[in-house]
Design a protein around this ligand. Structure first.
Ligand SMILES: Nc1ncnc2c1ncn2[C@@H]1O[C@H](COP(=O)(O)OP(=O)(O)O)[C@@H](O)[C@H]1O
Ligand SMILES: [Mg+2]
Length: 240
């Protein structure tokens, strides 16, 4: 298995407050990593470090042997909070095309439009391509933003709480779509139901990181029933 992301002894502080403490995590190509943990535990800070949007206080991050900043164009990112001006006249297609934006690029090509449309189809929302943002439900909006992240044709997807404001049925649908994507995936969620859907590593982050591999196989019951208590036990064992 090819190692794609190597985080070694990473620490991060704001002033004198340690937010992340000595985190080591190796991610292989094709891994599907769930990052879980309490609010304020440092999950968003960790993904922003992966994207090179913050500098480590100590330790290193390498993504395909490059620094996060250099590797950023290979990563599709869905931030935790996307603030749209709801009055913006921009439509869905134009939002997805932003994923094709590059430095010094003046206009979108026909290929850009084809790629953008293909991603909307993959997320099953191509019928909404003329809609304005304010005309979308929460779930539709997240699918459009996922399509924008995919339009970049990334090798890695990093999604920060992609289903936070979506009902349970909508969440399941989005996780089913995610499972079908071939990219290396890192998905932050405080909803452990994400573990239903093909995750092979769970990183629990609360200042420190505790990793559990092969969770799906360990906790998945024959009838597909998922036991939250069992997962918590596994993570507890992992803490010792
Ligand atoms: N710009 C900032 N300055 C100081 N502290 C911050 C800043 N951003 C986040 N924090 C703190 O860092 C900690 C981790 O936050 P965050 O990474 O957003 O956690 P999570 O995503 O797990 O909820 C929190 O205690 C938060 O208050
Ligand atoms: Mg967060």
């Amino acid at each position: 298995m090819k190692k794609q992301i190597e985080v070694n002894h990473l620490s991060f502080s704001y002033h004198d407050t340690t937010i992340l403490d000595d985190i080591t995590l190796h991610i292989n190509q094709g891994d599907y990593v769930a990052i879980i943990g309490p609010n304020g535990g440092g999950k968003t800070t960790f993904v922003r470090l992966l994207l090179g949007l913050r500098e480590a206080t100590s330790g290193t991050i390498m993504i395909a042997k490059q620094t996060p900043k250099k590797a950023r164009n290979t990563i599709g990112y869905l931030p935790q909070y996307v603030n749209f001006n709801m009055d913006m006249p921009i439509n869905v297609m134009e939002i997805v095309l932003q994923g094709r934006m590059q430095k010094d690029k003046l206009f979108y090509t026909k290929e850009d439009r084809e790629i953008a449309l293909a991603q909307l189809e993959k997320m099953q929302v191509s019928h909404l391509k003329e809609r304005k943002i304010k005309e979308l439900s929460g779930g539709q909006r997240q699918r459009v933003l996922l399509a924008r992240a995919l339009a970049k044709e990334p090798t890695i997807l990093i999604l920060d709480e992609p289903t936070a404001s979506i009902d349970l049925e909508g969440q399941k649908e989005i996780y089913a779509l995610l499972k079908s994507l071939p990219q290396t995936k890192i998905v932050v969620s405080h909803d452990i139901n994400i573990l239903f859907e093909g995750v092979n590593k769970v990183a629990h982050i609360n200042k420190k990181l505790h990793l559990h591999e092969g969770v799906s196989e360990t906790i998945r019951k024959n009838d597909g029933h998922f036991c939250e208590m069992e997962l918590l036990d596994i993570l507890k064992e992992n803490h010792v």
